[in-house]
Design a binder for this molecule. Structure first.
Ligand code: TH1
Length: 832
C-alpha cells in the first residue's frame, strides 16, 4: 500500500485514487509524497524551490494520466494529426496554466495553503522557458493550448535551446543582456526520451550509385553526423481530456568520444567534435526579425526539421503503415520559413532513403505542407547564400534545384517568354549574389499559404507573393491570429475573470470566448462599472508596486496607465510615443498652471543585441523618464517607467493594468500583432494605426470604442512613391521641431548633444517608418483619449464593450479556422 512518508493526515480517498486524485486531500497527500520521493525533503526543511518542484510534479502526474489516455485514443482512432513546426515556443510559466487546464487551480491552492505553503511565493520561483523572441513564438504557444482545447491531435516540434532569449537588465538606462540559463535548476515539465533519437548529417558530398534493381540513386556522404534527442512536454487542453505533445530536440554527439580520433592521440579534436554537436541547440537567435546568413542558424533549422521529419515517418510506420499514405495521416504546418527546409528533407527521406520515385514523393510532399507567412519586411525574408548552403547541405541543394527546374518549367508554359517573371519566381535569387529564397521554397512546396491578418494576407498577394498568387490563387488563405484566454485572462487576471463569470452567470466564456457577449447588456450598469474600476485599479496597484520595487519609479495607481510593450523596433515606433511624452512635458513646462489627466507611460520590450538604433531607443525612453520623473513641476502629471525584461511572466503583470494600449506601427508593417489583443481582452482601450489585426479589432469592438489615427497602408505607399521628405515636415511644424530639437539639445543626455544624434538625424533625414508623417495625427488622437478618460462612465462602458466583443480573437477560433479550411483535421473526442 502507499503509506505516507510524512505527516499529512491520512486521506479518505480509496487508495487507488490517491495517486492522481483531484480532491484537496488527495492533492495534499500527493504534494507531500512528491516533496519526499522526488525532492527528498520534508516540509520543515523544504526550500521554496523544493516546494515549487513538488507542486509541479503533483500537477504533472495528473497531466500524464490524460496524456497517456490521449495517446492511446489517437493511436487507434486513425485521426489525422497536425505537426506544427516552429523554431520558437514562448510558453511562459507552466504551473498555474496547467492547474487551470486540469480544473484544479482553486483546490490546489487551498491544498498548498493548508500545508502552510505560500503559493504566490512558489509561483515567483518558477522560471519560464524563453524559447522564442516575440509574437511569433508566443503565437506558437497559444496555438498549442488551443489545439488541445479544440481536441485536434497535434505534435509541436521545435528546438530545446539550452539558452533561451536573453534576460534584459537596464543599467544607466541602457539595455544589458544576461544569458538565460533556464535549465539551471532542472525542468519538471519535460520528459527526456533518450530512445527517441535520430542522426542528422551535415556537409560532405553526394555520389551517384545504383540500387539492386539497377535504378540510379543518390548517396550523401556527410562530413559530420550528430544526434537529436527528444524531450517531451505534455500540453493540456481546457475543459477536455485531450493532451498533446510538444517535442523539442536537443543536439548531442553520437558517441561521447570519437575513439578512432582518441586513439591516434587527437584527444582535443575528439572533444571538440562533441562540443560542436552540442552547440547546435545551445542558444536561440534573439532577433525578432532576423538578420540573414548565420551558419549556426541554418544548422539549427536543418537539425530540428530533420529530426521531426524522421520522427513523423517513424510514427506513421508504427501506427498506419504504408508510406504512400503519410499525407493522409499528417499535415505539417510551417511557422514562417524557419522550418521550410522540411520540404527538401521530406523529399530526401522519401526518395533517397525510402526509394520512392521523385514524382510520387513530390506529390506527397506537396499535399503535406502548409505555410504561414508572418512578415513583409524585406530584411526578414530569409535567404541563404548558395555557397554556404552547398557546403552544409549538398544533397538538399540538388533537391532544391530539381524542384526549381520543374516549377519554372510550369511557369514557362503558363507565361510564355516572360523571363523577368521566371527570374522573380525562381527559388534562387541571382540578383544579390546567388541566394536561396526560403519563402519561395515554402510556397512552391505547400498546398496552402496564409497571412496572419486580413490586411497582411491581402498585402502578401499583391507584393511578395504577387506572381505566385497569379499562378495559383486558390492556394492563398487568411487566418487572423488569436491568443489564448486561459493564459491572458484567467491566469493573468483572476479578478477580472471572477467578475466576468459573476456578471455573465457562467464561465463558459473561458472555453468559448464568444460568450463574452453576455457582458454587452451590462455595459452601462453602474454597479458593474464600479466593480470593473475596482478590478482595474487593483491590477494597477499590483503593477505600480512591482515597478516601484524593480525600477524605483513610484507611480500613482490613479493615473492613466498608458502602455507600450513589445519588441523594440523602428517600425513599431516607440519613438513616436516618446515624442508625445516630450510634447506633454513641454506643454507643462511652458504653462505650469495647465491641468492634465495624469498619465503613467510604461514601456517594456527587448532590443535585438545587435540593433543599435533599437538600443538607443531604450536609452532615450529611460533618459526622458529620468528628467521627467525627477522634475516636481511635471511629475504630478507625468511618469515614465521602463519595465525591465519583458517576457511572458512580466507581460502578465502589464495586460491587466493597462488603461490605454499603444499599437502605433506604421500601417502595412505589423503583420498582425497579438499584444493588441491581450490588452483589449483585459479592458484596455487601444490607440492604434490602420495596421495588422488593429483593423479587425476596431471592426469588432466598434469604431466608437477605438482610437484610430494615422495614414492607411495605401496612403503610406502613395506618399513613399511620391517621395517622402521628413525634413519638410520637421521645418513645417514648430512643435514637432521643438520636440526633436529638445532631444538633440542634450537635455536628456546630461548636456551631450551627440548621444541621440543618430536617432534624431535619422528621423529628420530618412524616417523610413514615417514617424513625422503621423506625429500630428497621433497627438490629436491622444487629445481624444484624454477627453474620454476624463469621463469615467463613458470610459468604463468602452472598456466593458472592448472585452465583450473580443471573442473573435481567441486562438480557439483561429485553430478552428486552420482545422476546417486548411488542414481538414477533425477533432477527436475523449469521453469520460
Ligand atoms: C511576428 C510579426 O511581426 C507580428 O506582427 C505577428 O503578430 C507575429 O509574428 C505572429 O504572427 C513575427 N515574428 C517574427 C520572428 C522572426 C522572423 C519573422 C517574424 S514575424 C524570427
Amino acid at each position: 500500500s502507499t503509506r505516507s512518508p510524512a505527516t499529512a493526515a491520512p486521506s479518505n480517498d480509496p487508495p487507488e485514487q490517491t495517486r492522481t486524485g483531484m480532491s484537496k486531500a488527495a492533492l495534499k497527500q500527493a504534494y507531500i509524497d512528491n516533496l519526499f520521493y522526488i525532492q527528498g525533503r520534508f516540509r520543515d526543511v523544504a526550500s521554496t524551490y523544493d516546494l515549487y518542484m513538488a507542486a509541479a510534479f503533483t500537477a504533472r502526474d495528473r497531466m500524464l494520466e490524460r496524456w497517456v489516455e490521449s495517446a492511446q485514443v489517437y493511436k487507434t482512432s486513425h485521426a489525422r494529426t497536425l505537426c506544427y513546426l516552429s523554431a520558437e515556443y514562448l510558453l511562459g510559466p507552466q504551473l498555474t496554466q496547467n492547474l487551470v487546464n486540469l480544473g484544479i487551480a482553486k483546490v490546489a491552492r487551498a491544498a498548498a495553503e493548508e500545508l502552510s505553503v505560500d503559493f504566490n511565493a512558489i509561483l515567483e520561483e518558477e522560471v519560464e522557458p524563453g524559447l522564442g523572441s516575440g509574437g511569433l513564438g508566443r503565437l506558437a504557444a497559444c496555438y498549442l493550448d488551443s489545439l488541445a482545447t479544440q481536441r485536434i491531435p497535434a505534435i509541436g516540434y521545435g528546438i530545446r535551446y539550452e539558452f533561451g532569449i536573453f534576460d534584459q537588465v537596464i543599467q544607466d538606462g541602457w539595455q544589458v543582456e544576461r544569458s538565460d540559463n533556464w535549465l539551471r535548476n532542472g525542468n519538471p515539465w519535460e520528459l527526456p526520451r533518450p530512445k527517441i533519437s535520430f542522426a542528422v548529417r551535415y556537409g560532405g558530398h553526394t555520389e551517384q550509385t545504383r540500387d539492386q534493381e539497377g535504378r540510379s540513386r543518390v548517396r550523401w556522404v556527410p562530413e559530420m553526423v550528430i544526434k537529436g534527442v527528444a524531450y517531451d512536454t505534455p500540453i493540456l487542453g481546457y475543459g477536455v481530456r485531450n493532451a498533446n505533445l510538444l517535442r523539442l530536440w536537443k543536439s548531442e554527439a553520437p558517441e561521447s568520444f570519437d575513439f578512432q580520433t582518441f586513439n591516434v592521440g587527437d584527444y582535443y579534436g575528439a572533444v571538440h567534435a562533441k562540443i560542436e554537436a552540442e552547440t547546435i541547440s545551445k542558444v536561440l537567435y534573439p532577433n525578432d526579425e532576423p538578420e540573414a546568413g548565420k551558419e549556426l542558424r541554418l544548422k539549427q533549422q536543418y537539425f530540428f526539421v530533420s529530426c521531426s521529419m524522421q520522427d513523423m515517418i517513424r510514427l506513421h510506420r508504427n501506427t498506419v503503415g504504408p508510406l504512400e499514405t503519410i499525407h493522409q495521416k499528417f499535415v505539417v504546418q510551417l511557422n514562417d520559413t524557419h522550418p521550410a527546409l522540411a520540404i527538401a528533407e521530406l523529399m530526401r527521406l522519401l526518395v533517397d532513403e525510402q526509394a520512392m520515385t521523385w514524382e510520387q514523393a513530390w506529390s506527397i510532399t506537396r499535399q503535406t505542407f502548409c505555410y504561414t507567412n508572418h512578415t513583409l519586411l524585406p530584411e526578414a525574408l530569409e535567404t541563404w547564400s548558395l555557397a554556404l548552403f552547398e557546403r552544409l547541405l549538398p544533397r538538399h541543394l540538388e533537391i532544391i534545384y530539381a524542384i526549381n527546374q520543374e516549377f519554372l518549367d510550369q511557369v514557362r508554359v503558363r507565361f510564355l517568354g516572360d523571363e523577368a517573371r521566371i527570374a522573380r519566381m525562381s527559388l534562387i535569387d541571382e540578383t544579390h549574389g546567388r541566394r536561396i529564397r526560403m519563402a519561395h521554397l515554402a510556397v512552391v512546396g505547400s498546398r496552402a499559404v496564409n497571412g496572419v491578418a486580413a490586411l497582411h494576407s491581402k498585402l502578401i498577394k499583391t507584393t511578395i507573393f504577387k506572381d505566385f498568387h497569379e499562378l495559383a490563387p486558390e492556394r492563398f488563405h487568411t487566418v487572423t491570429n488569436g491568443v489564448t484566454p486561459r493564459r491572458f485572462m484567467v491566469v493573468s487576471n483572476p479578478r477580472l475573470a471572477r467578475l466576468i463569470t459573476a456578471t455573465c452567470g457562467h464561465d463558459r466564456w473561458i472555453g468559448d470566448l464568444e460568450y463574452l457577449r453576455d457582458l454587452e447588456t451590462h455595459a452601462d450598469d453602474p454597479v458593474l462599472q464600479a466593480r470593473w474600476r475596482q478590478v482595474k485599479i487593483a491590477a494597477k496597484r499590483d503593477l505600480a508596486c512591482w515597478l516601484d520595487h524593480h525600477t524605483g519609479v513610484p507611480i500613482d495607481p490613479e493615473a492613466m496607465f498608458d502602455i507600450q510593450a513589445k519588441r523594440l523596433h523602428e517600425y513599431k515606433r516607440q519613438h513616436l510615443k516618446v515624442l508625445h511624452i516630450i510634447r506633454l512635458y513641454q506643454r507643462l513646462k511652458q504653462d505650469p498652471s495647465v491641468s492634465m489627466v495624469p498619465r503613467a507611460f510604461i514601456f517594456g520590450g527587448k532590443a535585438a543585441p545587435g540593433y543599435v538604433m533599437a538600443k538607443l531607443m531604450i536609452k532615450l525612453i529611460n533618459a526622458v523618464g529620468e528628467v521627467i520623473n525627477r522634475d516636481p513641476q511635471v511629475n504630478g502629471y507625468l511618469r515614465v517607467a521602463f519595465m525591465p525584461n519583458f517576457n511572458v511572466k512580466n507581460g502578465q503583470r502589464l495586460y491587466p493594468a493597462a488603461d490605454l494600449s499603444e499599437q502605433i506601427s506604421l500601417a502595412g508593417k505589423e503583420a498582425s500583432g497579438t499584444g493588441n489583443m491581450k490588452f483589449s481582452m483585459n479592458g484596455a482601450l487601444t490607440i492604434g494605426t490602420d495596421d495588422g489585426a488593429n483593423i479587425e479589432i476596431r471592426e469588432a469592438v466598434g469604431a466608437e470604442n477605438f482610437f484610430l489615427f494615422g495614414m492607411t497602408a495605401e496612403e503610406v505607399q502613395r506618399k513613399q512613391a511620391e517621395g517622402y521628405r521628413p525634413w519638410a515636415l520637421y521645418q513645417g511644424d514648430a512643435e514637432l521641431k521643438s520636440d526633436i530639437d529638445l532631444i538633440s539639445s542634450g537635455l536628456f543626455s546630461h548636456g551631450d548633444p551627440h548621444l541621440f544624434r543618430p536617432l534624431t538625424d535619422h528621423l529628420i533625414h530618412a524616417d523610413p517608418f514615417m514617424v513625422l508623417a503621423d506625429y500630428r495625427a497621433y497627438l490629436e488622437c491622444q487629445e481624444r483619449v484624454t477627453e474620454a478618460y476624463a469621463q469615467p462612465r463613458r470610459w468604463d462602458r468602452m472598456s466593458i464593450l472592448n472585452v465583450a466583443r473580443m471573442g473573435r480573437f481567441s486562438s480557439d477560433r483561429a485553430i478552428r479556422e486552420y482545422a476546417e479550411r486548411i488542414w481538414q483535421i477533425e477533432p477527436v473526442v475523449l469521453d469520460s
